[in-house]
Structures are given as C-alpha cells and as structure tokens.
Write a protein that binds this ligand. Structure first.
Ligand SMILES: Nc1nc2c(ncn2[C@@H]2O[C@H](COP(=O)(O)OP(=O)(O)OP(=O)(O)O)[C@@H](O)[C@H]2O)c(=O)[nH]1
Ligand SMILES: [Mg+2]
Length: 229
C-alpha cells in the first residue's frame, strides 16, 4: 500500500461537510484521492456494457450481444483539477428479471448514467419509468445524466436529438448523445460526472458552484463532438 498526504480528506473530515467516500490511499496500481460510485442504468441492449468498456479500455465490444447477468463493476481513475478521482462504475443488467438485484445497489450510488438507444423507441419511452424507479430507490441528491447511445447509427435513428434534449430539460438533468462504437462523448460523460461529484465533495461555502450543463456545452463545442455521428 502506498499512502498519500490527503489534505482533502482531513479537511473534509474536520468540518464534516461531506458524506462522500473520501479515501487517502490506494494500492500501487490504483492511486486516488477520492472515490465515487456510478451506476449505469437503462433497458437491455442499449449499450451500457459497451459504454463502460469503451470508457475503461478504449475498445468497442462488437459482434454478438451478450446480456449482462446481475451486476458487475469496473474501476477507473480520472484526473479532475489535479485530483485523482476513482470512479467505481456499476454495470447493471437491463433485463427485467434482474431488477430486484440492481435495486439493492441504488442507495450507494452517487451518480447514475441513464441510457437509451437512439435506434430503439421503447428504450426512450421507458426513461420515465426508469426515473420513477430512481426516485424510489436512489439517494435524493444523486447526480443523474441522460445519454442517447448509438449515435453512430444515423440511418436507423428513431429518437431525435431534440426529443432527448426536451426530456432532459423537463427533468432538469444534463443530456448528450454518445457512441460506444466511435467513442463520441463517452469520456465527456464520465468526466462531467466526476467533476460534478468532486465539486460537491470538496466545495467550500464561498466557492463558485460547478455548473454541469455549462461545462458539457463548453466541452461539446470545444471538441465539435456533436457534428459527426
Ligand atoms: N452501433 C453501435 N452498437 C452498439 C453501441 N453500443 C452498443 N452497441 C451494440 O448493442 C448491443 C448491446 O450492447 P450491450 O452493451 O451489451 O447492452 P447492455 O445495455 O449492456 O445490455 P444488458 O446487459 O442486457 O442490459 C451489442 O451488440 C453492442 O455491440 C454503439 O454505440 N453503436
Ligand atoms: Mg450489459
């Protein structure tokens, strides 16, 4: 084990401002300052596992679809404003029969990425039901982000970008379209969530509030990410 001086942890512990998981050390391979749990939710086959694999390994899981059974997680450490933020990302099974298994994990999650498939209308229509479930099982202040995945499949699109934007606006949550296949917006989605969680955990009373919607818009424009599929 390597130990790192973690002024953040001490400060937070002293003034008791955070209920987040703040840890000061890690194994040799996994060096981090602060850790959060993120959950991927959405109907079966929308691409949750592929989004996670793209983010974690930079690869696309093409070929035959293998539905996730139960729940699984992967860790990734990202840099946020010079802080090492560990995201423990839980990949849930979208199939109905596993729902009771995944419910048990909601309480621990600090962020939820709610995913639909832009080529599958029912997966979009079910987002409201997912949000009802989230309100029932998740923490009240959980960070939620809506993702319309498979943006590379322009010819098969049945859910317009504007529909995703409208729903997200109604629910007051950030939104973007992603592609686990091309990688479009995958890093940005996780990074925005990591930044929001880090700000919530470390914010001092007089610090300016982090505005996730504005951050996403500024980064989208920077990378020109949404112009191509
Ligand atoms: N073209 C394209 N195909 C994708 C994308 N993401 C996932 N897929 C494909 O969609 C299928 C389902 O992907 P998964 O990631 O396994 O779906 P899932 O949401 O994890 O499904 P469950 O585990 O059953 O909940 C697979 O055949 C993937 O190759 C994407 O961004 N673009
Ligand atoms: Mg899966």
């Amino acid at each position: 084990m390597s130990t790192r001086k973690a002024s953040l942890t001490d400060k937070q512990a002293k003034n008791g401002t955070s209920k987040y998981v703040l840890e000061r050390c890690a194994s040799v391979n996994e060096y981090y300052d602060i850790a959060f749990k993120v959950m991927l939710l959405g109907d079966s086959a929308v691409g949750k596992t592929c989004v996670l694999v793209r983010f974690k390994d930079g690869a696309f899981l093409g070929g035959n679809f293998i539905a996730t059974v139960g729940i699984d997680f992967r860790n990734k450490v990202v840099d946020v404003d010079n802080l090492k933020v560990k995201l423990q990302i839980w990949d849930t099974a979208g199939q109905e029969r596993f729902r009771s298994v995944t419910h048990a994990y909601y309480r621990d999650a600090q962020a939820l990425l709610l995913i639909y498939d832009i080529t599958n209308k029912p997966s979009f229509d079910n987002i409201r039901a997912w949000l009802t479930e989230i309100h029932e099982y998740a923490q009240k202040d959980v960070v939620i982000m809506l993702l319309g995945n498979k943006s590379d499949m322009a010819a098969e699109r049945v859910v317009k970008t504007e529909e995703g934007e409208k729903l997200a606006k109604e629910c007051g949550i950030p939104f973007m379209e992603t592609s686990a296949k091309t990688g479009v917006n995958i890093e940005l989605a996780f990074h925005a969530v990591a930044k929001e969680l880090k700000h919530r955990a470390t914010q001092q009373p007089n610090d300016p509030k982090f505005k996730i919607h504005e951050y996403i818009d500024s980064q989208k424009h920077k990378s020109g990410c949404c112009k191509q599929a």
